[in-house]
Design a protein around this ligand. Structure first.
Ligand code: UDP
Ligand code: MG
Length: 326
């Protein structure tokens, strides 16, 4: 018999053994303070430590705690997706494992949901213990993304949010491989609102988002939600050809009115290298988009589950049909 779940939590983790005990305590406290039946789906994104064993032990004691283990590290966004595919609550809350998304804020998210909002983003008012570089670059990035993207992606909002079951259904129907969830949640529409919170330091361990992964996620955001980089080619091409035309007029004038037309080695080299640089840049930009098409066209499943505890339902994601197999 299936019990009705009101609140589902999705918590992805990778190598977080130092924080899991504290997290389990805080989550149990939170669940007993809430006004409906709960479940917590922990998604092990290919941890190499004892994290999965800690959660598995807790899951055997408490049926509200559930565990899915992915077959390897697929990345944070895919781990969250795997969790979303198994939840059955009326409201679903996505949180980080390191307690940087404070469980207390969940009460405020739920209050907004009860007021009729289907997506409640938790926005970072301040970020404690993060480097100046991360704060400045994140701020700049969100500004650029807001400019470029066709949907309104709220600034300084990570993956901490509450979404209604309707929204989960919508996200499940989006099979894209390069997943930028905060963009996808903004894109689906519905009634959305923001709750602000002060982001504390990570409880223990270190960030699992090194610069390389952060850049990758940033790229997924820009490329997945904007075609401005592609349009750049058009503008640059136009500016370059207009300058070339102006330069042609100048050369013509020099040749016509003076007799001092010198062999312009320097200008030739400058123009040549400028143009080939431009060509490489634009092919690179196009390559980024083609790479994504390549990735989609393989039509591979997003992830594999190697083991699970307590999970009864797994939603099947639709397969994209880019290539006809007829
Ligand atoms: N995480 C994950 N897979 C990854 C990287 C991160 O499941 O490949 C989890 C991580 O364990 C944490 C959450 O995603 O629960 C956010 O990561 P982190 O706290 O390291 O990011 P930051 O807060 O530093 O941006
Ligand atoms: Mg963190």
């Amino acid at each position: 018999m299936k019990t009705q779940v009101t609140y589902s939590f999705v918590i992805p983790f990778m190598n977080e053994e130092d924080v899991l005990d504290a997290l389990l305590t805080r989550m149990t406290d939170l669940m007993s303070a809430l006004d409906g039946p709960c479940e917590v789906i922990f998604v092990d994104d290919g941890s190499r430590d004892t994290g999965a064993a800690i959660i598995a032990a807790a899951a055997r004691r408490d049926p509200r705690i559930k565990l899915i283990r992915l077959s390897r590290n697929f990345g944070h966004q895919i781990a969250v997706t795997a969790g979303l595919n198994t939840v059955c609550g009326k409201a679903v809350i996505i949180m980080d494992a390191d307690l940087q998304d404070p469980p207390e804020v969940v009460h405020e998210l739920i209050a907004q949901w009860k007021d009729g909002y289907e997506i409640v983003h938790a926005q970072r008012r301040t970020r404690e213990g993060e480097t100046r570089f991360k704060k400045v670059s994140a701020n700049l990035y969100y500004r650029v993304l807001a400019r470029l993207s066709s949907v309104d992606i709220p600034r300084n909002v990570g993956d901490f949010r509450l979404v209604d079951a309707k929204v989960v259904k919508a996200i499940r129907s989006m099979p894209e491989r390069d997943r930028y969830l905060r963009g996808m949640f903004a894109w689906v529409g519905y009634r959305q609102t923001i709750v602000q919170f002060d982001r504390p330091q990570r409880l223990a361990g270190e960030t699992k988002y090194p610069l390389k992964k952060m850049l990758r996620l940033a790229m997924d955001g820009v490329i997945g939600f904007s075609d401005a980089p592609l349009r750049l080619a058009l503008w640059l091409g136009m500016i370059v050809s207009l300058s070339a035309m102006a330069y042609g007029v100048y050369i013509f004038a020099v040749a016509f009115f003076t007799d001092g037309l010198v062999a312009g080695w320097a200008s030739t080299i400058v123009i040549l290298s400028f143009l080939s640089g431009m060509n490489l840049l634009i092919s690179g930009v196009i390559g980024l988009y083609v790479g994504r098409i390549h990735n989609e066209s393989k039509e591979r499943p997003l992830y594999f589950i190697s083991e699970s505890i307590g999970v009864t339902e797994v939603a099947q994601m639709p397969q994209p049909r880019l290539v006809s197999h007829g």
